[in-house]
Design a binder for this molecule. Structure first.
Ligand code: ADP
Length: 396
């Protein structure tokens, strides 16, 4: 019999889950899957630890599955597939921990109330993250739940890195840089000592390039600056998000183009980035394969923005010893890695092209002062580790 830790990542239209063996030293993966399209055409898939599909189900038009229905289905599935195993805790990905939470926390009614108050800081994500926490707190009050935050890893950044040049009265109300993708950066920082010891102790820029994209400056494994700020729309150009934008553009959209807040939100979060610039797709694979000039321009802009932000993070670090690529594009696209490193070659960065084609982990040319790496991220494992640590602490 094994004790299981379940990790839930609830988004606006999907709930992803992973079950880990809490008794194994490295938290071995037992099974994983997701319910997606939960408000439209729900589809459930689950795989075993080898990636073999063990269950699939599709629903015709949504019978109101929603978050509650999807969670119930996942719970029933886990009950019927757990064998002798026992669920000992659930770890959740929660996008915002605000100023209060600089690490994972055991969920209590008081914590849920404090997290709900942060909803205005992340209206598109926080309510979805909190949904399953609330449902489980009601239906399984004895089951320990742990909330793990995308912001927490950045809470230790210097005050200067967190501040906007706004009046203090506004900063005091929480309008400051929080940074996101923290669980991904924390995972990378945790494996650097084994993979690249000099990067673990030195000045390292990590590029998390997925549908969401950001970069983080690590000094001795600690976050000192990041490209995302108050919200996860800041910084790099992403799949459908604009990234960095002159705030004057927002005023122009409101005053001259008569857009309201919701319309601008849709524009900046869902209609911009690779999709908006190319007019073709938010999917990097499709753009790289396309001959369309607009697709090529979108990729050029994506690389240019990364290269400029690398310069900015190097300034925050006062130098650079290593560059790490991670997430969908960072882990799988040798072409984007090659183009980014070429644009940043002035830093003393060059690739070993064969190693880059193979996908690393070390992809930097051996004669360069700055090393380059490909390291797959694992946010869910990071959440499982936090969850195990928190419940162990509670028990002792
Ligand atoms: P999310 O941020 O949703 O977790 P991922 O980390 O899975 O997303 O990254 C998705 C992105 O990775 C998409 O833009 C996809 O096109 C890109 N991607 C996946 N595989 C490749 C590949 N082989 N080459 C280029 N881009 C890829």
């Amino acid at each position: 019999m094994a004790n299981l830790i379940l990790v839930l990542n609830a988004g606006s239209s999907s709930i992803k889950f992973r079950a880990f063996d809490a008794d194994s030293k490295e938290l071995d993966l037992v099974l994983y899957g997701q319910a997606e399209g939960i408000y439209t055409m729900p589809r459930f898939t689950a795989c075993d630890r080898h990636g073999e599909t063990i269950h699939e189900k599709s629903w015709e038009k949504s019978a109101g599955l929603g978050h509650q229905g999807a969670l119930e289905f996942i719970a029933e599935f886990l009950m019927s597939h757990r064998g002798d195993n026992r669920l000992v805790a659930v770890g959740h990905r929660v996008v915002h921990g605000g100023m209060d939470f600089d690490g994972p926390v055991l969920v209590s009614p008081g914590v849920i109330a404090r997290l709900a108050k942060l909803t205005p800081l992340a209206p598109l994500h926080q309510p979805h993250n909190l949904g399953p926490i609330r449902i489980l707190a009601e239906t399984r009050p004895q089951l320990p739940q742990v909330a793990c935050f995308d912001t927490a890893f950045h809470r230790g950044q210097p005050e200067l890195a967190q501040a906007y040049a706004l009046p203090a009265s506004i900063t005091e109300q929480g309008v400051r840089r929080y940074g996101f993708h923290g669980l991904s950066y924390e995972y990378i920082a945790s494996v650097l000592p084994q993979i690249a010891p000099h990067a673990a102790t030195g000045r390292t820029v990590v590029a998390h390039l997925g549908n969401g994209c950001s970069m983080c400056a690590l000094d001795g494994g600690k976050s000192v600056a990041s490209t995302m700020g108050f919200t996860a729309v800041d910084g790099l150009m992403m799949g459908t998000r604009s990234g960095n934008l002159d705030p004057g553009v927002i005023l122009y959209l409101m005053d001259e183009m008569k857009m309201d807040a919701r319309r601008i939100e849709d524009l900046l979060y869902r209609q911009s980035g690779l999709l908006g610039v190319s007019g073709i797709s938010s999917d990097m694979r499709q753009l790289l394969a396309s001959e369309e000039p607009r697709a090529q321009f979108a990729v050029d802009l994506f690389v240019y923005r990364i290269a400029r932000e690398i310069g900015s993070l190097c300034a925050a670090l006062r130098g650079i010893d290593a560059l790490v690529f991670t997430a969908g594009i960072g882990e799988r696209s040798a072409e984007i890695r090659s183009r980014v490193c070429e644009a940043a070659s002035w830093l003393g960065l060059a690739l070993d092209q064969d190693a880059n084609e193979r996908g690393g982990p070390c992809i930097g040319a051996s004669n360069q002062t700055v090393s380059a790496w490909v390291i797959p991220t694992n946010e869910e494992l990071m959440i499982a580790r936090h969850t195990r640590n928190v419940i162990r602490m509670v028990r002792t």
